[in-house]
Each structure stands twice: as C-alpha cells, then as structure tokens.
Design a protein around this ligand. Structure first.
Ligand SMILES: Nc1ncnc2c1ncn2[C@@H]1O[C@H](COP(=O)(O)OP(=O)(O)OP(=O)(O)O)[C@@H](O)[C@H]1O
Length: 786
C-alpha cells in the first residue's frame, strides 16, 4: 500500500510532467495556431469510391497503389501541420490525465525503472527519456499481462525478461492524483469497481486504464488472418475491438491508416454510440458501416430490398400468417453454406449451358435477341473464364449495336427528329462535328452531307443508353437466373447433388419467385443473389481495406461470411459475437465450431473466449445467465446491486400505468439512462404513445433509422438494443405470450442483458418460461401494481 510520502512524491511527479506538458503544448500551439482549421479532411465515401471491378489478382496491387496515392494527396506542408495538430491534441488529452498506471521493471541484471503508462507517449526535453509510455508500446504489455514477480515482454528485437517490482494504478484529474493503488493479480479490481459502478453514458468509453488480461489478448493478437471472439453479454467485446483498432494503428503506424479499417455495426445508432472511443484515445476513427448500407448501394437501385429489421419483425410477429413456416425454412436454407455450394455449382453449369440473357431492343425492334446472345456466348472457347467470356460478349454486342445504328440512319424516325430539331440542338450538333473533325474539310455546306451527319448523331444519341446498358453487362439476366433455382426442381437437384429438396421447398420457392416478380427482394435473398451476380460478372472487391471488424458476428449467416471473405481479399478479420445473442432466424456463422472457424482454416484462425461479464451487477448476471445454454460458464464481475424485480400485472392498462410510475421513480432516484425494451417496433410505437401521455417529459422512441444514442428514457425494440447498455432496463412485457418460443429465448436474453444496474420485468399474465424456470431466489417477485 502506498504511503503519504509516496503519494507526495507521485504528486510531485505529476506536477513536473504537467509543467512540461504545458510547455510542449505552448510550443505546438504556436506551430499550429495560425493555420488551424486548414487541414484537409480526406475521407473517402467508403462504398462509393473504393469498390472496383477486378477479377485478376495482378490488378489488385495496382488499384491499391493508386488508391494510396489518392489518399496521400496532402502536400508536405499540410502533412507536417497535421502531425503537429495531432500531437497537440494528444498532449492536451495527456494534460487532463497524464497517466493511469505504473510498473517498476528491472531488466535482468539492471536496476528497476519506473514505466508510466498513458494514452500517448511523452518524451522529456532531452528527447530520450520517456515520461509517459504509450499504453500500446511493447513494454506496456507487462502492465496488462503480468503480475509482480518475474515477467517478460516481446520487442521487435526479441524477448526481454526481468522482474516487476511494483504495479500501481492512478486516477489523475486536473493535475491532481485522486486515486492511487498498488495492484496485484488483477488490474485494480477497485478501480474497475468504481468505473463499472458509474452511470452509463451516451457514448462508449475507452477502457485503456482497466483492460483485463484476457481482453488484452484480443487487443494485441496479431498472428492470424481471422480472430474470433466469443464473449458473454457485457464481457467487453466491443470495447476490446475498439482498443484493438487503436493498438493496430499504433503498431503499424507507417503502413496502416484509419481508413483501411472498417467496423461493421448492427445498426446506425450503434455506430454513433462507439464513434467517440478512438478520438478519445487520440486516434482517427476507423470507417464504420452496416451490411445493409452495402446492400443498398449494390442492389437498392434494382430492387426494393428488405432490411434485416423488417425481416425480424416478420419473424417475431407474423407466426400466425399462412406461409410463415416455409419462409422460415427459406431463411434458414438461404443463409447456409449448402446454398453457397449450390450457387457455385450453378456457375459451373452455366459455363456450358443455361445462360439467360435479356434481348437488346430499340423502339420495339430486336437489335440482338437473347437466343443470338446465347449462341454467341457458347461459341467462345469454353476454357475462357465465364466473366471473360461475358466481356467478349459485351464487345460483340457493342459492335452489333453499331451495325444496327448504321442501318437506322435512313429510318423515318430519324428524319422526323431532325425536322423538329431546334437551333440549339442544331448548333450543338454542328459544334460537336467541328470538334470531331478538327481541321478536316467536312462541313455543313453540302445538304446531303449535313443530313447524314445529323442523322448519325441523332441515332448515336438515342443508342447511348443502350450502349451504357451493354457496357454495364445488364444484359445478363441475373434475376431470372437466380429465379431459375427456385423454378426448376430438377435443376436444383442436379446442383445440390441431393434427391431430397430442402424443407418447405415448394412453397418457399413460390414465395421467392412472387417477390422477385414484384421487384422486391427479401433480406434472405440479398446475399445469395449478390453472390451469384458477383461470381458471374467478376467480384467487386475492396482491396484497400486491411482490417474488417465484425461486431455482433453471431447475427451474420455463414453465407454472409463467405461473401465477406471474397469482398475483402486483403483484410484480416476480427469477428466478435455471442452465440447466446443470435437473434435472427438464419443460421448463425458464430457457433462453437463451424462456419466462422472454417473460413480461413485452423492455421489462420484463433478463437478467444471471454466469460467474465462487466456490464451488469452480479444479481443481474446470475439471473440472465440461467436463461441460456452454457450460461453457467458466465462469471459476473464482483459488483453488487438489487436483485432483478419481476412484476405480474392484470392487463395492458395496469402495465402501462405501473411502468409510467416506475419510470418516474427511477428518474427521481437519479437513473439517467433508462430503456423500456419492447419486443417489436409496433409495440414500441404503441408504448411510446401511451406513456407519452403519462410522463412529464416524453420518452424517446428508438427506430431503426435513429442515428444518435442519448441519455434519457428510451422506448426501444429489443433487436435495436443490441450492443448498447442502460443504467436501468424495464422489460415491457416479459410474459409467456411474448417470449416463450425457443426462437425468442435469445432475444429475451439480449434484452435483459442490456441492464447495468437495475432490471425490472413486467408481465401481463403468466411469466415467460425463461424466467419461470429460474430459481426463484434469483429475483424479487413484487406484487405492487399501480
Ligand atoms: N476492462 C474494462 N474496464 C472497464 N470497463 C469495461 C471493461 N470491459 C468492459 N467494460 C465495460 O463493460 C460494458 C460492456 O462492454 P461491451 O459493450 O464492450 O461488451 P460486449 O461484450 O460488446 O457486450 P454485448 O455483447 O452484450 O453487446 C461497457 O460499459 C464497458 O465499458
């Protein structure tokens, strides 16, 4: 334990470091000052600019180089200015809290040296002595990974071993030490206690000061192509992922930029929730997107595409509708690896037969018929790759179109068009001609010639959209090709190699075709459809991205994962998830062993499990872990609170009145962020309206389009509460009517695990079996009804 004297010495050091920081800050301010704000913010429109069509590996390097050049347009002056500005930002952050940890490390045969850890390095004026080490420096690993005693750490030039003689933790604010504690086995249980007991924030916080050993393994793991993290609810997966981004940006600072890393979030609100962590650590944010955003860009123009939230609403609330079971069968099958194999086999088959094209038509006339295209296509050497044969076909069609165009020059419609041309059009045509025929004798002098030139121009103009259409290879009828899979059982049997069709095949196929005909695409069809399109026409890969972080990985299907692998051929993947929170009806890529682990093979895959849950009190964890399989492995962090409270009420009116009273009481007690978690969006909207009239300030209704996460009272459907947390959670109706099907278990678990300090569950009538089956001593059954 530290003594008063040590405290004074430490405070003295804080004062010294602060003085030096102030000096450095003044210097940097002078350097940055006058041109502040001039720094060019270069952010790429992620999906717009970096996706390109490449099928050959050779091209990849080239694209990547040109893209890097693009992003390095900043000139030298701006560059150094930017560096200074960034450094200033870091120093200012350090001034608020220069460090949070210290280890005294004696390298073998050397005296012990005190290593202070903060969010950035700070060198003394001699430019040699580290007053503060960056938490990501190799030596800092000792702090997270080792306890006092013999220890070693890796450096680029080999392992260094020695002895840790002291491990100390601080909370420093405004140059004053507020808390100081010598730690042993774990990193400051006490500090962690304090951090976890505070109320939640509208934005996620960085956890650098209290990273736990097992989380540190995730942050610094850098060996394999694929890192899979299976972690209990609240075990710090998202936190670890974000610190990992910061770590990689530090470790590979010469090669890796923030815009080469992308985080896939479950919804737009989550994006905003996590967006402050990296800036807080003095790093630029990585790119953030959602899978839906990608789908919209790729398919949104052709189809009305369903989003996963509409799909889940259907799954949760339409179980009485005809066709429900077959759609569920479809959702499961279309997300499977088996379907990936079918589509791969389909592509192979199409190399020799079965292509479907759209004819090229112009003013009712067929320019090139689908049959002619097919004949031409299959006349090419079959050893040429499919995508390349389609390129050849494209060239042939463009020629056919030109030939057709020449024949149209004398058509009557052309004459008519020329007759009604106004002077502006005429002038435009004339100018164009002049530009084209620079220096040549051809002019408008000759009437005959003039007519011909204008006619050619008119035809060419009219054919322009068709040319564009051909160039974009829109003539391949992907929709029909995809539909064919569901139209012909024989074809499907041939491709799957199975006599037996998948469950609900007939009805499900009818549903699929009916939607496609309406120009709609169900969420479960989007990835397979796009995959078929990509493998036919050449995959549009994104080679700029070097790291893909997939949060809530359990919500992605095996099919989507295969897709990710193709989409980001140069990226390493970090996939974080919890199979107990797999809320979608499709099969999940994250299973104990399975699709995710197989994606890059065992050599290239590492799996880390997190079982300690930090978010919720012991009482809440004890309660929630009983609901899921394997829950006994989840270990609550040692922080106590009230037992979850369960309250059965008579009817909806009593339910809403009780919840309104509860909300008011909670707010009075000082809970700042409270969620009333409903099952669906419709239910949330109803509750929002009902409670609005009963509360002083209207609660906030969270929809799938909500962008910002804020404090206050929220009404939110369970599936949108993914990844976020609240001081207090009220489950709107945890009755057996709402949550009893097996498919609802994980949704219910996800909802309950959003609570940090307090969990109240209301139920109209009988309780959900997921609660009823728990030991009664795990919760407080309350009878109070308003
Ligand atoms: N080492 C730590 N130090 C301080 N706080 C931590 C630590 N690890 C986790 N937490 C806190 O625990 C809470 C849960 O963390 P996080 O959201 O990262 O968990 P998760 O595993 O992604 O959860 P879920 O799967 O339920 O969404 C957050 O408030 C986070 O700040």
């Amino acid at each position: 334990m530290s003594t008063d004297k040590e405290w004074q010495q430490e405070q003295q050091r804080v004062d010294d470091v602060t003085t030096k920081l102030n000096r450095r800050i003044s210097g940097l301010e002078a350097q940055v000052g006058s041109v502040r704000g001039d720094v060019v913010e270069m952010r790429k429109e992620f999906w717009e600019e970096v996706t390109m069509n490449f099928s050959e590996a050779d091209d990849v390097g080239e694209t990547s180089t040109s893209m890097r050049q693009q992003s390095q347009v900043l000139n030298e002056r701006e560059h150094s200015h930017r560096m200074a500005a960034e450094s200033l930002g870091r120093m200012r952050r350090l001034r608020q809290s220069p460090y949070f940890g210290r280890i005294d490390f004696a390298e073998d045969g050397e005296p012990a040296e005190a290593i202070y850890l903060g969010i950035a390095s700070f060198l003394d004026e001699d430019e040699q002595t580290f007053l503060v080490y960056d938490w990501r420096a190799p030596i800092s690993n000792l702090y997270y990974d080792s306890t006092p005693g013999p220890a070693s750490y890796e450096t680029p030039s080999g392992e260094i071993s020695g002895d840790i003689t002291l491990k100390r933790q601080y909370v420093i604010r405004d140059a004053k030490i507020r808390f100081m504690f010598d730690t042993g086995v774990t990193i400051g249980d006490e500090l962690l206690q304090a951090v976890l007991s505070r109320s939640s924030d509208a934005q996620m916080k960085s956890i650098v000061a209290t990273i736990q050993k097992e989380q540190n393994r995730i942050i610094r793991n850098d060996r394999t192509r694929m890192l899979i993290v299976q972690g209990a609810a609240g075990s710090g997966k998202t936190s670890a992922a974000l610190q990992r981004v910061a770590y990689l940006l530090y470790k590979y600072r010469d090669q890796l930029k923030a815009d080469q890393m992308v985080l896939f979030s479950p919804n737009p609100m989550f994006n905003s929730y996590v967006s402050t962590v990296l800036p807080e650590l003095g790093e630029e944010n990585m790119l953030q997107t959602t899978y839906q955003e990608y789908l919209e860009r790729r398919l949104g123009r052709e189809f009305a595409i369903e989003d996963p939230f509409v799909q889940i609403e259907y799954v949760l609330s339409k179980n009485e509708e005809p066709g429900y079971e077959s759609r569920m069968g479809g959702i499961r099958y279309k997300s499977s690896e088996a379907f990936v194999s079918v589509i791969n086999a389909y592509k192979t088959l199409l190399e020799s037969e079965g292509m479907i094209f759209k004819p090229v038509r112009f003013q009712g006339k067929v320019v090139v018929s689908a049959e002619e295209m097919k004949t031409e296509f299959y006349s090419y050497d079959s050893s040429i790759r499919l995508a390349n044969r389609l390129e050849l076909l494209k060239e042939w069609m463009l020629k056919e179109l030109s030939r057709f165009g020449k024949g149209e020059v004398d058509a009557e419609w052309v004459d008519r068009t020329i007759d009604v041309m106004d002077t502006e059009d005429y002038q435009r045509a004339y100018n164009r001609l002049r530009r084209k025929k620079k220096g040549k004798a051809e002019t408008f002098d000759d009437f005959q010639q003039e007519r011909e030139i204008l006619a050619r121009m008119v035809v060419s103009d009219r054919l322009k959209p068709l040319r564009k259409w051909i160039k974009a290879q829109r003539f391949v009828n992907i929709t029909k090709l995809y539909g064919e899979l569901f139209r012909s059982d024989a074809l499907f049997r041939k491709l799957s190699g199975q006599e037996q069709l998948p469950a609900w095949w007939g009805e499900m196929s009818r549903q699929t075709l009916a939607r496609l005909e309406q120009g709609e695409m169900a969420y479960e069809d989007t990835t397979p459809f796009l995959y078929l399109k990509e493998i036919m026409l050449g995959f549009r890969t994104n080679t700029n991205i070097r790291h893909v972080i997939i949060d809530e990985a359990q919500d992605y299907s095996p099919f989507q994962l295969v897709f990710f692998k193709r989409l980001f051929p140069r990226a390493k993947i970090t996939a974080l998830g919890d199979f107990n929170q797999a809320i979608y009806a499709h099969s999940s890529a994250l299973q104990k062993s399975g699709p995710l682990a197989n994606l890059y093979g065992p050599e290239q895959t590492e799996l880390i499990s997190l079982t300690r849950s930090y978010r919720s009190t012991c009482e809440i964890v004890d309660f929630t872990r009983g609901m899921v399989e394997g829950g006994e492995e989840i270990v609550p962090f040692n922080r106590s609170g009230e037992k979850p409270r369960v309250l059965e009420v008579r009817d909806t009116e009593a339910l809403q009145r009780s919840i309104a009273a509860d909300l008011q009481a909670l707010q009075k007690e000082g809970y700042e962020s409270i969620a009333v978690i409903c099952k669906t969006a419709d239910e949330s909207a109803e509750v929002h309206q009902a409670l609005g009239g009963m509360l002083e300030t209207a609660p906030r209704l969270i929809k799938k389009t909500t962008l910002a996460f804020e404090k206050g009272v929220h009404i939110i459907p369970a599936y949108l509460a993914k990844g976020v947390e609240f001081d207090a959670v009220i489950i709107y109706n945890g009755s057996s009517a709402s949550y009893s099907r097996e498919s609802e278990r994980k949704l219910f678990y996800t909802a309950c695990t959003r609570a940090m300090h307090l969990l109240h569950i209301y139920s109209v009538g009988a309780l959900s079996p997921f609660i009823a089956k728990l030991q009664p001593e795990l919760y407080e059954q309350s009878a109070v009804e308003v």
